[in-house]
Structures are given as C-alpha cells and as structure tokens.
Design a protein around this ligand. Structure first.
Ligand SMILES: Nc1nc2c(ncn2[C@@H]2O[C@H](COP(=O)(O)OP(=O)(O)OP(=O)(O)O)[C@@H](O)[C@H]2O)c(=O)[nH]1
Ligand SMILES: [Mg+2]
Length: 250
C-alpha cells in the first residue's frame, strides 16, 4: 500500500496577480524556497518529495499520520505568506493513491480544518514503497555532439515517453534534474521496466540504467533505488557486463 500527500498552494492563481506583472522572479524564488522547506520537513520524517510542475508537491508519505501532517503544516504556515492544502490518499498503486488524495480534496473530506488537511490516512503497518531511479548511460558522450539546449530537448522527450509508459502501469514518473528520473512504482511498472529500456534503445538510441529500491518508506526506497543504480555503474566500470536493471530491498 502506498500513501501520497499532495501539497498545493492555496488560491495561488489569484494571489500571483496581487504581485503585479513584475512577478515572475518573485514566484520562482517562492517556489524554490517552498520546495526546499517541504523537502527538509518531509525527508526528516523519512518521506520523499517530488516536484509537480513547480507549484505542487507530491510526497510519498508512508508512515506519516495526521498529526505529523499537522506539524508540518504549522511549520509551513509560520515560514510563508502563502498557505498550502495537504490532501492525503492511499491505494494499491501510486496512481490510485494520487486519485484518492485528489478526491479527498474535491469532495471536501476534512481531516483537520484549521490546517487544511484533507483525505484519509493509511493506518495499517504493511507499508511498502517501490522506487525506480532511471538515468541515461553516458550522457557525457552526448555532450560532445549536442549543445546544452539540444540535450534538454532529448531529455524532455524521454520524460514524456517515460511518464506515458508508466502511467499506463499506474505508476508516477518525476524528473529529478540532469538525466535522472524517479518512478514511484508498483509491481507492474517494475516488471515492465526492461521492456521500456529496450524500446528506448531501439527507437531513440538512448541507453538507460534502472536501479530499483523497495522499503517501508519513501526515503528508504529512493536510497536503495539510487544504491542499485550506483551498483550498475560499479559493475560497468569494473569492466564486467552490466545489468540494465538492479534491485535492492530492505
Ligand atoms: N537528481 C540527480 N541528479 C544527478 C544524480 N547523479 C548525477 N546527477 C545529474 O546528472 C547529470 C549527469 O550525470 P551522470 O548521469 O553521472 O553522467 P553520465 O555521463 O550519464 O554518467 P553515467 O550515468 O554514470 O553513465 C549530472 O550533471 C548531474 O546534474 C543523482 O543521483 N540525482
Ligand atoms: Mg547518466
């Protein structure tokens, strides 16, 4: 079971207009500060935060109860002019958890009115998170023939394909920067990642490596996914034939 908390800035659209037209730089600074603070508060509680279109935050929040969310909301209220709503949902797949969180907010299922927390919290202990860390093999060589902006175009096209492919498996893909992607995954996504790698190699001539991590919370799963990815690199760099997918659990 996976639990997701979606944090969204309250009334952001109308609020941005109050800043006048000379606002874009202010909004970018605010979004960056929010991302930093949200990452800090949730990773301290073993969660993993993902940026969704820069003004919304997806948190793999397995293990966090309502009170934990209220404490974080209180802290954010103190630090920022804008408020955030937190909608919590859980499900068998990451996509299902995202739907449940969304519905909790849409249907006004209030968990804490004062601090804008909605949805429902998972209370059983069978918490299980799978994360996949995908990365382009040897992006450095691409830099020899492509300019920085052209590389971005290649990476964003890859992101688009990855997000579509794994959404069909009910899993959620996030761009982490550079040539790095993380997929909050279910069994179906994990089973099909090799097919995705082959498809991208055949169609786009891009080689991907994928580290998979399984743990009871988001941060733990991300750590193991990255450790798996680094293991693939170590095998490759030792001169042996590398696997394209490597999995670790705890
Ligand atoms: N978000 C994130 N970015 C990373 C990580 N490691 C590297 N990067 C970024 O990704 C870029 C590409 O680095 P690498 O993937 O190590 O370079 P590479 O040439 O593709 O090397 P290999 O992946 O080992 O084949 C770097 O410039 C960093 O910006 C990571 O663990 N997480
Ligand atoms: Mg790489």
């Amino acid at each position: 079971m996976i639990q997701l908390s979606i944090l969204k800035i309250t009334q952001y659209g109308p609020w941005t207009l109050t800043l006048g037209s000379d606002r874009e730089h202010e909004l970018q600074m605010l979004q960056a500060s929010l991302y930093k603070e949200i990452h800090k508060l949730f990773s301290e509680k073993n969660c993993m935060v993902f940026l969704n279109r820069a003004d919304e935050f997806f948190v793999v929040s397995n293990g966090l109860n309502l009170d934990d969310h209220i404490q974080i909301q209180k802290s954010l209220e103190k630090s920022f002019d804008v408020g955030l709503t937190a909608s919590i949902g859980y499900g068998d797949s990451p996509f299902e958890a995202n739907l449940k969180a969304h519905e909790g907010k849409q249907n006004n299922v209030i968990l804490d009115k004062e601090h804008d927390v909605f949805g429902s919290v998972y209370s059983e202990s069978d918490s299980q998170v799978s994360m996949m860390h995908l990365d382009v093999d040897d992006l450095a060589s691409t830099r020899k023939t492509n300019s920085p902006y052209e590389i971005s175009a290649i990476i964003f096209e890859l992101y688009s394909k990855m997000s579509k492919f794994f959404l069909e498996k009910k899993s959620l893909t996030f761009f982490m920067g550079g040539d790095n992607f993380m997929v909050v995954a279910n069994e179906d996504a994990k089973k099909s990642v090799q097919d995705f790698i082959i498809m991208i190699k055949d169609n786009d001539k891009i080689t991907l490596n994928c580290g998979i991590g399984n743990a009871s919370n988001g941060r733990g799963a991300a750590k193991l996914a990255t450790k798996s990815l680094d293991t693939i690199r170590q095998i490759r760099d030792s001169g042996k034939e590398k696997p394209e997918v490597y999995e670790l659990s705890c």
